[in-house]
Each structure stands twice: as C-alpha cells, then as structure tokens.
Design a protein around this ligand. Structure first.
Ligand SMILES: O=C(O)CCC(=O)C(=O)O
Ligand SMILES: [Mn+2]
Length: 227
C-alpha cells in the first residue's frame, strides 16, 4: 500500500506559481498515489461492472437549465446522488431511470472506507462517474450531505485526469495535479468542503476502462449518525 504523500512533498513537481498557490492546501486533504495496484484495480473494476449491470449509467442534467452533464453517472449504496432539471441535486434510494434500488457498495470500497475514513459509520453512497475523452466536472463543493464530519473518499480508475483543488471560497487559488488509475483522494477535515473538480481527461492513457475513459468512485456518508 502506498504511503500518503503530504502536500508539501508534491511541491517539487510544481511551478513557482503553483508552489505559491499550494500553500493554501487545506489540512485533511490527501492524495494517495497508487493506493490500488494493477490487479486490485482490475478486481475493483470487475466489482463495479456488476453494479453497472444492475444500475446502468445515465446522463444527468443540471438543475433549472436542464443542461446535460458531460459525465455519465450511476450509484451504489443505500442512497445515490442524482440531479435533474426539476428536482436539482439530491440523494435518493432508487435509480432515476430504472426505478430500482441502487446495488450494494462493492466490498473493496467498504474496506477502503474502513482503512481511511476515521469515521465509525459506513458510507451510504458511492457515486460512479464515467468520463469519456471530453468529459469534465466543473469546480464544486460536495455539499449535499448532512454529515460533513465524515470525509469524501474517491478512487480513480482508467485514464489520467487533471484534478484541481481550491479552498473554501470559489475564488481561492487552486492547485492542479494529475490523478492516475489506482490513486485515492481524501477530502476530510478542513478540506471536506473545499472546491474541487476535473479539468480534463488525458484520453488513451490507460487500457483499463472498456471503450476508453475514466471511472471515478466517490464514497460519502450522507446522514448524520450518533458518534
Ligand atoms: O472525478 C473526480 O475525481 C472527482 C469527482 C467529484 O468530485 C464528484 O463526483 O463530486
Ligand atoms: Mn466532488
């Protein structure tokens, strides 16, 4: 298992400007490169494939404008994160297209949560994002969860992605770095409500995802439970 890279040790990969900006990195952010090796990534993708068979990807829409996201989504867990024109951002227990309950969160992800979350209750939602070559995800805060004492933990599979992390205000400076297949990102502590997003994918950098692209798995605790 890879050791956590402290934000400071990322600094020699950065330009002077980025080094200056990275001083704003919030405590509680972790990038764990290569957390899953190639065999584990293949097994995780197999488990995610079983979820997708029962809960196929669909194309969500932005609240109000109804503009389609460039990312396809599905979920596992008791709750899934969805968005559409009329209902907006929310969690719900069923797939918006099939009406079926979401499948269970794959075992490997429950284990990952136990290893890293430092939070005594299990995740309720695993959002599964599919990025094809021109997909991106604009800067946002994961703010639809009642429980923000639990971290958000995400896993990258497939093509490389340029990820950005900012601060608590949209206007705060951002640091950018590449997430590779098998990397894990933790947004916890003061970084739990930090702005972040995916600027672009580097197509063809991994053979893992059938048809090409990147799958990101995001584990979240939604409801507040007693400690
Ligand atoms: O794809 C990623 O690395 C980030 C995904 C994300 O931030 C989200 O789904 O809220
Ligand atoms: Mn997010």
């Amino acid at each position: 298992m890879a050791q956590p890279i402290a934000p400071e040790s990322l600094q020699h990969h950065l330009t002077a400007r980025e080094r200056l900006e990275s001083t704003t990195l919030l405590p509680g952010f972790q990038h764990l490169p290569g957390y899953f090796d190639a065999a584990q990534q293949a097994e995780l993708l197999r488990q995610v494939g079983q979820v997708i068979e029962q809960a196929p990807f669909y194309r969500p829409a932005m609240p109000r404008s109804g503009k389609l996201l460039s990312v396809e989504m599905t979920n596992a867990g008791e709750l899934g994160w969805v968005t559409d024109k009329d209902g907006g951002y929310r969690y719900q227990p069923t797939h918006p297209v099939t009406g079926a309950p979401w499948p269970a969160i794959p075992d490997m992800l429950i284990k990952l949560w136990r290893e890293l979350a430092g939070y005594p209750h299990p995740p309720e939602a695993c959002l599964i994002n599919l990025y094809r070559s021109s997909s991106k995800l604009g800067s946002h805060v994961d703010a639809d969860e009642e429980e923000t004492r639990a971290p958000v933990i995400s896993v990258s599979l497939g093509d490389d992605a340029v990820f950005h992390l900012g601060g608590l205000k949209r206007s705060d400076p951002k640091i950018r770095f590449v997430l590779h297949s098998g990397d894990v990102v933790v947004l916890g502590g003061e970084a739990r409500l930090a702005y972040h997003g995916v600027d672009r994918i580097h197509p063809g950098t991994s053979p893992l995802v059938p048809g090409g692209g990147r799958i990101n798995l995001t584990l979240r605790r939604v409801s507040r439970a007693e400690p």
